[in-house]
Design a protein around this ligand. Structure first.
Ligand code: SF4
Ligand code: SF4
Length: 283
């Protein structure tokens, strides 16, 4: 079972929830796919045992073989190649390259396009007790988080029978989130009971519905006087699975990297029950 935890915007408590789920589940794999700003490790404090450089293939042009015909540049939809016949140069912009391999395919000269590897980020692996911890960390300046997310999910979600995977997604509704959610069986959307929270939740709900994913809502910083999320969920027929109360104690602990389950141990039972219901297909 793969449960992704997402939110329409940053700072709603997505990592607070995902790490609390992992600590309540015990035996599971927690994967931090918020690769531009991973902070699950702050809460889980895993013992990191391995760090792997994640690379993607990019073309290198052999100037001795290249005829400067321009076929590669014309075929590259990402404009990652420029051919200037007058100065007999073919320039690759690795940051724009999406590693699609089309340039090598269309090049009429054998051996003119070779392949090299460019590091775009790191994958760190470790554990905290029976929780397997995996984290993606995108190198600064990389234009897209998608290749790293895709590399992690395809390599580390093994489909092991009955294993629980908890994916801590990037915030928002852009490509990195789509890449994370497409691998999930269920999406937990974390939100706050404010007009901003509602606006971002509406976008997130639209995305999960477009992707045909089953989803439920978790309200963080819940305030019973604010019913706008409840009204919305009723309207779109989505279940509210958990409410985390508005509490200075929780906010203070969050700012110091203390997991929710340590501040409110009683919530472990609720979180375990929530995962049980999702796994059983009751939600
Ligand atoms: S297609 Fe091949 S030969 Fe033509 S410009 Fe590109 S690398 Fe050079
Ligand atoms: S691999 Fe694809 S994206 Fe990269 S330079 Fe070649 S055609 Fe462009």
């Amino acid at each position: 079972m793969i449960i992704a935890v997402a939110s329409g915007k940053g700072g709603t408590g997505k990592t607070l929830v995902t790490t609390a789920l992992a600590l309540s589940a015990g035996e599971c794999t927690y994967i931090d796919l918020d690769v531009e700003e991973p902070n699950g490790a702050i809460f889980l404090k895993p013992d990191i045992r391995e760090e792997i450089a994640y690379t993607v293939p990019v073309p290198v042009i052999d100037k001795d073989k290249c005829t400067f015909c321009g076929a590669c540049a014309r075929a590259c939809v990402y404009h990652a190649l420029v051919v200037i016949p007058i100065s007999r140069s073919t320039v690759v912009f690795p940051e724009l390259c999406h590693s699609c391999g089309v340039c090598g395919f269309v090049c009429p000269v054998e051996g003119a396009v070779r392949e090299t590897h460019r590091e775009i980020g790191k994958i760190r692996k470790g554990n905290r007790g029976s929780i397997q911890f995996i984290e993606g960390r995108l190198n600064i300046g990389q234009p897209s988080a998608v290749p790293l997310i895709s590399g992690i999910t395809s390599n580390y979600i093994t489909g092991e029978n009955g294993r629980l995977y908890l994916l801590d997604s990037s915030p928002g509704t852009a490509c990195p989130v789509v890449e994370t959610l497409k691998n999930s069986d269920y999406v937990l959307l974390v939100t706050e009971p404010t007009p901003f929270g509602l606006n971002d939740l509406e976008l997130a709900v639209e995305l999960v519905r477009d992707m045909g994913k089953k989803a439920g809502i978790i309200i963080n910083k819940d305030d019973e006087r604010q019913t706008l999320i409840d009204d919305f969920c009723r309207r779109v027929q989505l279940p509210i699975l958990l409410r985390i109360p508005y509490s200075l104690e929780i906010q203070e602990a969050y700012s110091r990297g203390i997991p929710l389950t340590e501040v409110r141990p009683v919530m472990k039972t609720q979180l375990k029950d929530l995962m049980g219901r999702i796994t059983d297909g009751r939600w």
